[in-house]
Design a protein around this ligand. Structure first.
Ligand code: ZN
Length: 136
């Protein structure tokens, strides 16, 4: 069943690996952390801008690949983005659709497409719990 966690989101991971290759080819950094590859620096900022020029994205998770503006951002958002990796392991290739559906439901309910998305709420909760654990 362990293999399934990698196979299920594989098409999206492969897309992430192409972007990681562009980051690496542009002088960026690629490092493995846990079961994800973190790609940062180089063309990472421009690629994030291309994905959504209006949202000012700092990092995005694509299957088992995390694309972050720079290594500092990758470290700061690590707990949050790795929560998205686990969400990809659960939802696989349909995760982006589930994510967008959750954003749509949030907006219909009068909330925020990002902050009130159930997947983001889980990621922020895990991040907050991690920060609390460091402080105590
Ligand atoms: Zn997030």
């Amino acid at each position: 069943m362990r293999l399934w966690r990698y196979l299920w989101p594989l098409p999206i991971t492969l897309f992430g690996l192409i972007l990681a290759g562009i980051v690496k080819a542009s002088g960026g950094a690629c490092q493995r952390y846990g079961n994800a590859l973190e790609a940062s620096n180089g063309a990472a900022s421009r690629l994030l801008w291309l994905m959504n020029p209006w949202a000012n994205i700092e990092a995005i998770t694509l299957g088992h690949v995390i694309l972050a503006r720079n290594t500092d951002t990758a470290a700061r958002l690590r707990t949050h983005e790795h929560t998205h990796v686990r969400q990809y392991e659960r939802w696989g290739v349909i995760f982006p659709f589930a994510y967008l559906t959750s954003s749509a439901i949030a907006v219909i309910k009068g909330g925020d497409a990002y902050r009130d998305n159930v997947f983001e709420r889980e990621a922020f909760a895990v991040q907050l719990e991690g920060e609390r654990r460091i402080k105590h």
